[in-house]
Write a protein that binds this ligand. Structure first.
Ligand code: FUB
Length: 301
């Protein structure tokens, strides 16, 4: 009877949304969330603002959190630090995480000029550098743009992987090899036709065959999005997902978990917070029937 009743309620009212933690979702300064769904959990990899000086994004470590119910979050500590790259010196900025081939891969910008890759069989630790040199490096590689930061890895349904990256108003994309530790072919520009221009913090997700490229529009900036029928674009501007937040950067990621879509982002939401002491937040992300994304409301409860 209980099952029948629940099914009837769901039919009439639609599925009941699972609860979300109140924002901020964790009690530690952290930013630039990269969401990864694996092992029936949601993992969030983040820039660790707790350990920076408070006057710049000069932390040397990243942080990982996870949750199975999106209400109670576990802090797993630092999965990797700048010191893990023999060729890097500073600035552990916005990470990107994906799972493939039985490994977890982290794409990690350092020094404002390089992106490295770290690999582990565990999502929360044991990461090491399989290359011994940067995956992408300004000055070594062609067309990196002035600031090769903010990586976002995406594996398409056909197995082809891509790495989106770029700051300083220069969105870039490059194919990754199947082993995920080398690029394949030239770094290309991401073209967005119309709307607000790209500033930084690009992210790619796919839904119903459409590729959604979302990004920050400035400092401060909104999270806007554009769509394409190919992962390489060209993308057509569609609108704003998230308004500017109360810090001078805006950075997000998007993932589906147990049938619902979510957006993770950062803002100032804890005592003592600010531009260099940001906090993680999460909201439901909803689509209209034509595939456009509804503008997100920033919640506190
Ligand atoms: O956390 C350092 C930088 O701030 C990131 O690379 C940008 O996206 C901005 O969030």
């Amino acid at each position: 009877l209980t099952t029948t009743l629940a099914a009837t309620v769901a039919l009439v009212a639609g599925p009941v949304a699972p609860a979300l933690a109140a924002n901020p979702i964790v009690n530690r300064f952290a930013a630039d969330p990269s969401v990864l769904v694996a092992n029936n959990r949601m993992y969030i990899y983040a820039t660790d603002d707790q350990s920076n000086s408070g006057t710049y994004w000069d932390s040397n470590a990243w942080r990982v959190y996870s949750s199975s119910n999106l209400v109670s979050w576990t802090d797993h500590g630092a999965p990797f630090s700048v010191q893990g790259f023999s060729w890097a010196t500073q600035y552990a900025w916005a990470p990107s995480a994906v799972q493939r081939n039985g490994y977890y891969y982290l794409y990690l910008p350092v020094d404002r000029t390089k992106i490295g890759v770290a690999r582990s069989t565990s999502p929360t630790g044991g990461f090491s550098d399989p290359r011994g040199n940067p995956l992408i490096e300004r000055g070594r590689d062609a067309n990196t743009g002035n600031e090769p930061i903010d990586p976002a890895a995406f594996v398409d349904d056909n197995g082809q992987a891509y790495l989106y990256f770029g700051g300083a108003r220069a969105p870039k994309v490059v194919r990754l090899n199947a082993n995920m530790t080398a690029t394949s072919g030239a770094i290309q520009n991401v073209t967005i036709n119309g709307g607000s221009a790209f500033a930084e913090a690009g992210y790619l997700h796919k839904r119903n065959g459409t590729y959604y490229f979302s990004y920050s529009t400035g400092w401060p900036g909104q999270i806007a999005y554009a769509t394409a029928s190919s992962p390489l674009g060209p993308f057509t501007y569609r609108g704003v997902i998230l308004d500017a937040v109360n810090v001078n950067t805006n950075h997000h990621s998007i993932a589906q978990y147990n049938g619902r879509w979510y957006i993770a982002y950062h803002r100032n939401a804890r005592s003592g917070g600010g531009n260099y002491k940001r906090s993680l937040a999460m909201e439901y992300l909803d689509y209209n029937s034509d595939g456009t994304i509804r503008r997100v409301t920033q919640t506190s409860t």
